[in-house]
Write a protein that binds this ligand. Structure first.
Ligand code: KG4
Ligand code: ZN
Length: 323
């Protein structure tokens, strides 16, 4: 079965072709980061309009790269939500239009399921069951995954998502958008002993998270500074922020593994690209003989491959969905 995937939930237009026999045949991505940079965040109207401009050329590209004819596509999967309404509408309209023109079934995919299953696209995919930490710009969730479509929520953020905390703290430090990679890079130069920031809910018995207090703590440190905060101090604050958030995410993952008795941990979503988080998780897991799986770096953030893949897995499991 050959599935075309379309992702357009936020500021990335992603198209991909996944074949259940041959694997990922092609994928193409256009990031709108440069366009939104000057506004310090995603402007929904601009995002929708740009998806319209990019989607069809990207479709032509994945078809050309894989030498696939449109008529060979068996089904079309698109991101149904969550995301920006206008941006999602573009993806769904294109998917439905193509479905009608090609007389092929169209399937809406949950964006987070796409992220959740993205590590299965790697060359050494994890076997089920596993614990998944989903850390994106909009969500922070810990889940037990027993198979495709078999997800049990173990804990989630009570306020800000991890990616949101990265982005907002980066903004407070005057770093560009998206803030996650920027604050992470700056933290490399920071002194780990200069500041200590709170680790919210680190010792709570449950698997929920809360990051808004951490963001407020960054705000307080920044406010208590003289107007011209020097570069080294910015790096020190960045370091304290990254250390705090990484500590909490790592500890909760270890608790989830311990509580469920599972041995495999899967990390998905944009924050999963974070170097400090990966190092910390790898070290903690190695100590306890757990194994951690990550998506390929290019599939950590939003992309069409994860949507094509999730759609294909869904259709394989329940062919009635294609009717
Ligand atoms: O999964 P994603 O591309 O989009 C959503 O579904 O939200 O995640 C985007 C988030 C942003 O908050 C971005 O700052 C964060 O992932 N991010 C990172 C890194 N790369 C992306 N955060 C920390 N370190 C990174 N290297
Ligand atoms: Zn996402």
């Amino acid at each position: 079965m050959l599935v075309l995937g379309i992702e357009s939930s936020c500021d990335e237009t992603g198209l991909a072709l996944y074949d259940t026999q041959r694997g990922l045949l092609a994928h193409a991505l256009y990031s709108q980061v440069k366009m939104h940079e000057e506004y310090g965040g995603v402007v929904p109207e601009l995002a929708s309009r740009d998806h319209i401009r990019r989607a069809i050329p990207l479709l032509e590209k994945v078809l050309a790269d894989s030498s696939v004819q449109r008529s060979e596509i068996d089904a079309i999967a698109y991101t149904q939500g969550p995301g920006l309404a206008g941006a999602l509408l573009v993806g769904s309209s294109i998917a439905c239009g193509l479905g009608l023109a090609l007389d092929k079934p169209v399937l809406g995919v949950h964006h987070l399921e796409g992220h959740l299953l993205s590590p299965l696209l790697a060359s050494e995919p994890p076997a089920f069951p596993f614990i998944a930490l989903l850390v994106s710009g909009g969500h922070t969730q810990l889940m037990r995954v027993d198979g495709v479509g078999q997800y049990a929520m173990l804990g989630e953020t009570l306020d800000d998502a991890a990616g949101e905390a990265f982005d907002k703290s980066a903004k407070l430090l005057g770093l560009g958008y998206p803030g996650g990679p920027a604050i992470s890079r700056l933290a490399e130069f920071g002194d780990p002993n200069a500041y200590t920031l709170p680790r919210p809910m680190l010792h709570s018995k449950n698997l929920d998270f809360s990051f808004s207090g951490l963001k407020t703590a960054v705000l307080t440190v920044v406010k208590n500074h003289p107007a011209n905060i020097c570069e080294q101090d910015k790096a020190n604050i960045a370091r304290a922020f990254v250390d705090a958030i990484v500590d909490v995410l790592t500890a909760k993952c270890m608790t989830a593994l311990k509580q469920t008795g599972l041995k495999r941990l899967v990390i998905a979503g944009g924050v999963g690209a974070n170097r400090q988080l990966r190092e910390s998780l790898n070290a903690a897991a190695a100590k306890r003989r757990y194994k951690v799986f990550y998506p390929e770096l290019e599939f950590c953030t939003d992309n069409g491959a994860m949507i094509a893949f999730a759609g294909a897995m869904r259709l394989q499991r329940d062919p009635n969905l294609a009717k």
